[in-house]
Design a protein around this ligand. Structure first.
Ligand code: UD1
Ligand code: CA
Length: 454
């Protein structure tokens, strides 16, 4: 006996008012369905079946690497009909868990006991007590307290609508029984749909007990139907990530102003100031400090490095004891070795900066290799692009580049060379020598500055 998971993701998501299929809308930087798949995959032996319909190809292509069975539901005739499409691929002795593509914060630990109910041969419904149950199916009980069925909001009587115990949508059942109940569903209801929820009444009629499992956290089972709910769940997701980071020993100056949209691996005594956005895969060493308003995307940062306020760093590897910013931009394929300094209004792209080198002010460094302990003066520009192709600049160890220098690539500055301020370097500069290109200075004696007439 094993577990089959069916994820319902065929709906259009009309209330999103969007061209994008609902399950591709992003929460924490990743599609809703990604989150659901992550949770489903925590059941390591389960087979996952995803029911798609609206813009099916687009949804499938967004997860082309996922190890799942894609099932197409051509017409969205209801949740029961959606589950029916996946049933032919599921063995009779499996347990089936139904998940929803638009409920991203559900946890595996909430679903595991639901699956256990199915393994015992019963129908399990994950329920929740909501202050405002509007829109949800309500749980109905027999006089003895056992569950008798689920009624959808649109089919419910006034008294049924006052019930606050709702169907979260997650159900688990033995496959053979579920198949039997699904096969006899009808669409005689207010929406003319085949309701999955009707299996509850079928189970009761079949003499199979329906067991409600109350979700430990209501927030985790809320679905996303419109952009307001998307923002609310984003806030909860942000909070959940912040709590996990703090439990892992990261100091967040204000957890409500911290956005992790990917994975963070952090060493000891990392401090992150307000409004940091961390995307993709971010690794921070011990004692790293991140200033306010910093964006890091796929970045590795070594021990003791400080990233000061308002930096944007993407696809870069940063060494130990580095200081970056404030206001620096480090673009993809950049490596900053240990103890480098990158200061304000510096942009670096596709470059290697050797240990101890400094680029402290107002520079553009692109397609460049810089050796160790070089000093790149304020306003240095590598002219890497001739309008057609990119060219490399190579700067050796211990080079001193004077301020306001243009290095017209391809060009090489030898180790220990000095470049005089204000130079435009178009040919290689030899190691150990002073090279400069500068027009002579002149003074015009007695020259008068024009004056405004009163
Ligand atoms: C459903 C439940 C309701 C529950 C609520 C919880 C039914 C009949 N009702 O209502 O009891 O309280 O979820 O959020 O099950 N889908 C398909 N194919 C279809 C129809 C839907 O794949 O033909 C998918 C949707 O993409 C969505 C999910 O099933 O991911 C739920 O469908 P939705 O229409 O949102 O159901 P609700 O009306 O919210
Ligand atoms: Ca819904």
């Amino acid at each position: 006996m094993s577990l089959s998971i069916i994820i319902l993701a065929a709906g259009k998501g009309t209330r999103m008012r969007s061209d994008l299929p609902k399950v591709l809308h992003k929460l924490g930087g990743r599609p809703l369905l990604w989150h659901v798949l992550q949770t489903a995959q925590q059941f390591t032996d389960a087979r996952i079946h995803v029911v798609i319909g609206h813009r099916a190809r687009e949804v499938q292509e967004s997860f082309s690497a996922a190890d799942v069975e894609w099932v197409v539901q051509d017409k969205q005739l209801g949740t029961g009909h959606a589950v029916a499409q996946a049933m032919p691929g599921i063995a009779d002795d499996d347990s089936v868990l139904v998940m929803y593509g638009d409920i991203p914060l559900i946890r595996q630990s909430t679903l595991a006991p639901l699956c256990a109910i199915a393994e015992q041969g019963f129908l399990g419904l994950l329920t929740a007590e909501l202050v405002d149950p509007t829109g949800y199916g309500r749980i109905l009980h027999h006089a003895d307290g056992s569950i008798s069925g689920v009624v959808e909001e649109k089919d419910a009587s006034a008294s049924e609508r006052s019930i606050r115990e709702v169907n979260t949508g997650f159900i688990a059942a033995p496959a053979a029984k579920l198949r039997r109940w699904i096969d006899v569903l009808d669409n005689n209801n207010a929406q003319g749909e085949f309701y999955l929820t009707d299996v509850a009444a079928r189970a009761v009629a079949d003499g199979v007990s329906v067991r409600g499992l109350s979700a430990e956290s209501v927030d985790d089972v809320l679905g996303i139907n419109d952009r307001l709910q998307l923002a609310e769940q984003e806030q909860r997701y942000r909070n959940r990530c912040a709590v996990e980071c703090m439990r892992d020993g990261v100091t967040l100056i204000d957890p409500t102003r911290f956005d992790l949209r990917g994975q963070l691996q952090a060493g000891e005594d990392v401090i992150i100031d307000i409004n940091a956005v961390l995307e993709g895969d971010v690794r921070l060493g011990n004692r790293v400090s991140i200033g306010p308003n910093v964006v890091l995307r796929n970045v590795e940062v070594g021990d003791g490095t400080s990233i000061l306020a308002n930096c944007v760093i993407e696809d870069a590897v940063i060494g130990k004891g580095v200081r970056i910013g404030p206001f620096a931009r480090v673009r993809p394929e950049t490596r900053l070795a240990d103890n480098t300094h990158v200061g304000n209004f510096v942009e670096i792209k596709k470059s290697d900066v050797g240990a101890g080198s400094k680029i402290n002010h107002l520079s553009y460094i692109g397609d460049t290799t810089i050796g160790r302990d070089a000093n790149i003066g304020a306003g240095t520009i590598t002219c890497n692009y001739d309008g057609a192709s990119k060219h490399r600049t190579v700067i050796g160890d211990d080079v001193f580049i004077g301020s306001d220098t243009q290095l017209v690539a391809p060009v090489e500055v030898g180790a220990g060379a000095t470049i005089g301020a204000g130079s435009t370097i178009t040919k290689d500069a030899p190691a150990g020598e002073l090279t400069l290109s500068r027009s002579g200075q002149e003074t015009r004696k007695g020259w008068q500055r024009p004056k405004k007439k009163k």
